[in-house]
Design a protein around this ligand. Structure first.
Ligand code: HAM
Length: 420
């Protein structure tokens, strides 16, 4: 019979025990990032994967690629257009408005799959995972520092090298408009040289032209006005102070041409990139979006947030090192012996930090020891017929060649396990 395959650009993630495997790294990254979120006193939110398509149309803007060509949307049985979320921010704000919590500040995190119908390539998937943070209800200032501090903590936790945080400021309402007008005026004479996508951006959202992938557009832009000349002194000062404070932890670069792919940003924006990623070089991005909540029907809620692309981030980390001790539990009795399983159960109860790997088949002792080695076990506990009848067990160290194996009573085994 024909096999059914997974959809293009969608990965199966499976921990096969190989610490070099991307899935294993992804699971490890998720666990450790969650700990950092707790460390910053962020609260978890989980929103549905499916939303009303209009939410993303209204939030991310109709010039964003996400809404124009990447959204996975379809009509449900009631002919209502629903979409698989392409990002988390719009859903978080929708939930906060619906819960009538849009008048108070919140510090929130989330993690989960997102979907974008993009052309798959290295580091670009159609289903991918994001870990996101949204800080709601605080004006520009401390939240910007908190956000970059968080990004630095995450980069530091995984000791990422060759990466850089790019920061920029899109200005306040007046300076942003003045810059957009100047940009349009500058680009007007080159209109015929722009491709259709950039022409549309020029019309609907000129700032996004700065993000153009077209080399000719980029060469025209070399002489274009810079947003730096339109920013308020305090916006430039914010960028400089952030760079000053965190550059000892991670390389930080002020990039006045940085714009983001979603339309809701206003003010401070940032992206973290790594030269090790190739074309899809950004593993994290975010910024301030003070107008989104009111645009979605809520109150004025100044906000800032970011999201990490977990697959891209995980691909940057070295082999994961397992901190917990691993012990293999091997029985070599001819019949299924319930007593040994009770011992394994007791061991797991007395020390939850140890990983106890029970071998559930009737393979030979040699085969089980080979497997224990492959699974990176520190010790093997062996119970055979003889041990079973004398109420003992063998503890065999696998990593310390100087130590011999020893036979111990079950009580001694429990004490050893508790202290290991
Ligand atoms: P974004 O820049 O569109 O921002 O996505 C954030 C990160 O998700 C990217 O830096 C990248 O690592 C990852 N990513 C995006 N698309 C793909 C893909 N097709 N395959 C693999 N990884 C991908 C947002 O989504 C905003 N919601 C971030 C934010 C939160 N801004 C404010 N709050």
């Amino acid at each position: 019979m024909d096999k059914i395959h997974s959809l293009t650009g969608m990965l199966d993630l499976y921990d096969d025990g190989d610490s070099n495997n991307l899935s294993v790294k992804i699971f490890e990254v998720e666990e450790r990032i969650k700990k950092i979120f707790t460390n910053y006193k962020l609260s978890e939110i989980r929103t549905p994967a499916l939303e009303d398509t209009n939410l993303f149309k209204r939030a991310t803007g109709d010039t964003s690629d996400i809404v124009n060509k990447e959204i996975y949307s379809f009509n449900d049985r009631n002919e209502k257009s629903i979409a698989l979320r392409p990002e988390g921010t719009a859903s978080v704000i929708r939930a906060i408005i619906e819960k009538k919590l849009d008048q108070s500040p919140h510090k929130i995190w989330y993690m989960g799959p997102m979907w974008r119908y993009e052309r798959p390539q290295k580091g670009r998937y159609r289903q991918f995972y994001q870990a996101g943070v949204e800080i709601l209800g605080y004006e520009e200032g401390p939240p910007e520092f908190e956000m970059i501090s968080l990004v630095c903590s995450i980069i530091d936790e995984f000791m990422l090298k060759n990466c850089c945080i790019k920061i920029n400021h899109l200005g306040n309402k007046i300076s942003k408009q003045a810059f957009c007008d100047a940009l349009v005026k500058f680009l007007e004479p080159f209109k015929d040289d722009l491709d259709s996508k950039d022409c549309e951006r020029l019309l609907k959202n000129p700032l996004r032209i700065l993000d153009s992938k077209n080399e000719h557009t980029q060469s025209i832009l070399e002489k274009a006005p810079s947003i730096k000349d339109f920013l308020e002194p305090e916006s430039i000062e914010l960028l400089e102070r952030i760079k000053e404070q965190f550059s000892d932890i991670c390389s930080i670069e002020i990039d006045y041409s940085l714009v983001r792919g979603l339309d809701y940003y206003s003010g401070f924006v940032f992206e973290a990139i790594s030269v090790n990623l190739g074309a899809q070089d950004s593993f994290l991005g975010g910024g301030r979006y003070d107008n989104l909540c009111s645009k979605l029907g809520g109150k004025d809620l100044p906000s800032i947030g970011m999201a990490i692309g977990i697959e891209r981030f995980a691909s940057l980390i070295e082999e994961v090192t397992v901190k917990n001790k691993i012990i293999s539990f091997v029985t070599v009795t001819s019949n299924l012996e319930p007593k040994t399983y009770k011992i394994a159960h007791q061991l797991r109860t007395i020390n939850r930090d140890v990983v106890l790997d029970t071998h559930l088949d009737s393979a030979s002792l040699k085969a089980k020891l080979r497997r224990a080695n492959k699974n990176n076990a520190d010790y093997v506990i062996i119970i055979g017929e003889e041990e079973l009848s004398s109420n003992t067990a063998i503890i065999k160290p696998l990593k310390d060649e100087l130590k011999d194996q020893q036979t111990v009573s079950i009580d001694e085994l429990l004490s050893f396990y508790k202290a290991v």
